[in-house]
Design a protein around this ligand. Sequence first.
Ligand code: CP
Length: 306
Amino acid sequence: MLKGRSLIEPDNFSIEEMEKLFSMAEKIEKEESYLRESGRGRVLATLFFEPSTRTRLSFEAAMLRLGGNCLGFAEPGSSSAAKGESLADTIRTVACYADAIVMRNPKEGASLLASRCSPVPVINAGDGGHHHPTQTLTDLLTIRRLRGDIRNLTVGYCGDLKFGRTVHSLAKALARYKEIKMIFISPEELVVPEYITRMLKKQNIEFAETRILEEAMPELDVLYMTRVQRERFFNEEDYIRLKDIYVLSREKMELAKKELIVLHPLPRVNEIAVEVDADPRAAYFRQAKYGMYVRMALLASILGLV
Ligand code: CP
């Protein structure tokens, strides 16, 4: 179904195609032997021009669990990009060695460019403040697993909604599920981009914006916390002023529904107090694990292993 396809933005795949990936990921989680070794002899390239722990390692773990192999770099200084090689030339070269390419790049649109000059599928692992579609697959799978359905939910996004690409991708994907309400919780300087709110209005999705986390807490079914993205600020003073603006604490959790789930794409800096980790509603480390299962399903699909 997805054989040979690239994934650059969350809506590159239909809802039906994503649902099939989620079912496959759930089967992988339940059945230890499902798809194991199906990727023997296949090679995945992971090209990370920006730091990563979860995305890179979960893709590599996914490929290794499928029986394939991985090559690549975790920072561009060790590649010929440091000598001035263009992205297009890097991609054309890596495509000679690998069956699929996963790439993270600080430039928005870099993955789209890569997919246009690559003869093998390209998966966007984050392009600047733009999109992070495999985090969205992870987030949707986590909601489906822990809430049973991806519809009829009020989802709150909290923190840096301006630069947070995971928020942009998730809002775009959830808008396709319709029976969804969104609440954007951010300081004035970090509000969600206008193209997202315009898209929600066009699709008649109910949404609200607030500056106060406590005000939104009682209404939420899903709380999506995000880190203030230091690396995308032009000025350190603004970052320091805003970085601790929202800290989810045990006290704030008391305002929430008992069925709430708290998600975070991670890494966390200070925006969720460590004391919250013990709350059964804190789902962010389970979310990181679902990320590996859904990436296994994705790789198996685009490599034609199923
Ligand atoms: N969620 C996420 O993209 O984490 P990493 O930056 O560690 O890959």
